[in-house]
Design a protein around this ligand. Structure first.
Ligand code: SF4
Length: 348
């Protein structure tokens, strides 16, 4: 027997779909532009819809097509991405646009399997693009659908161990009819009704089908294996400022954390405080500490500042005029460090 969940959810979606800049509304024959679907899905990884909206609008007005994005200098793409975090996404975004232009004549591949061969496109993203842009009945599984499946079927095994079972349940639920709308329906349902905390079971269109609600355990699902506590690393960065306002910046290596992004020169980040590594000899003054959390560790970064004559030379890095700072690919951590060193509201 066909499970009534997809049909009920699609009916709900037809009157409750969120209005999002990358969306075409439910039903109808017009399919959304795969470029916009892809861009929004990459941006939405690890990032909220509210934050993504402004970045999405800026990217699509500056680079309205995949060809335009592929032709853009990478530094400009990284600078536009600055503040969104998880910067490997931006490097892969640019690489992926170039692959689509050079290897696929500028047209996105149409199947989940082909999409998975693109840089930065994993299982979830490939399934989401195939389903939303091309209406393939791909199994789209993100945190939302894992949560909804765990609750509908009262799966009490903790994540990540339960992933395989939840994927199978999601695959069984994916309809052949309107799979793209269904994928977006589950996303909206998970974001507005079946939310991580305090699900709105009283307004839920599928509450009759939900075993977790019957058992009174909805809000406790999905269960998760406790994560190990994150270690704290220490580091120092050096804010060298010339009398003309120019600031010394370097670029991080392409590979690794914050790869290709701009930064204040500094030490490594390590559990034991690393040895000082100033970019030039100066009277360095402590300005404070900046705290930032990455996926695998917390960072406490000490900010030192030196004010220097206009003709100062440095062993490494480039003097960046205040007027050019906006065009630099400065991650949030470095914006915080600059604010700590220069004073609030005086970033540039
Ligand atoms: Fe989610 Fe509650 Fe609906 Fe179950 S009844 S699917 S827990 S909102």
């Amino acid at each position: 027997m066909t499970h009534p969940f997809p049909k009920t959810l699609l009916d709900w979606y037809d009157s409750h779909a969120r209005d999002l800049p990358w969306r075409i509304g439910p039903g109808g024959d017009v399919r959304p532009d795969p470029y916009r679907v892809w861009l929004s899905e990459i941006m939405l990884q690890q990032t909220t819809v509210a934050t993504v909206k402004a970045y999405f609008e800026r990217f699509t007005s500056r680079w309205p097509t995949v060809q335009a994005l592929a032709a853009a200098p990478r530094d400009e793409v990284l600078a536009e991405w600055a503040g969104l975090g998880y910067y490997a996404r931006a490097r892969n975004l640019h690489a992926c646009a170039q692959v689509i232009v050079t290897d696929h004549d500028g047209a996105f591949p149409r199947t989940e399997a082909e999409l998975r061969t693109l840089p930065g496109v994993g299982l979830y993203t490939a399934a989401a693009i195939a389903s939303i842009a091309f209406d393939e009945a791909a199994t789209v599984v993100d945190g939302n659908i894992e949560r909804v499946m765990a609750r509908l079927h009262a799966v009490t095994d903790p994540l990540p161990g339960a992933k395989k079972r939840l994927y199978t349940l999601a695959a069984d639920a994916t309809p052949q009819h309107r799979p793209g709308d269904y994928a977006q329906a589950v996303m909206d349902f998970g974001a507005t009704i079946c939310t991580p905390r305090n699900p709105s079971c009283g307004q839920c269109p599928v509450s009759d089908l939900c075993q977790a609600r019957v058992q009174g355990i909805a809000a406790t699902l999905p269960r998760k294996t406790p994560k190990k506590a994150k270690p704290t690393r220490l580091g120092t960065c050096y804010l060298a400022r010339r009398a003309d306002g120019a600031i010394l910046l370097t670029t991080r290596p392409d590979k690794g954390l914050l790869g290709g992004m701009a930064e204040l020169p500094g030490t490594d980040w390590a559990i034991e405080a690393p040895a000082p590594a100033p970019p030039l000899a100066a009277d360095w003054r402590a300005m404070g500490e900046v705290r930032h959390t990455f996926t695998h560790f917390h960072l406490v970064l000490t900010v030192l500042r030196a004010d220097l004559p206009v003709d100062t030379r440095a062993d490494r890095g480039r003097w960046t005029p205040a007027s050019s700072m906006d065009g630099e690919a400065l991650p949030t951590l470095m914006r915080k460090a600059l604010e700590c060193g220069l004073g609030p509201g005086r970033l540039i």
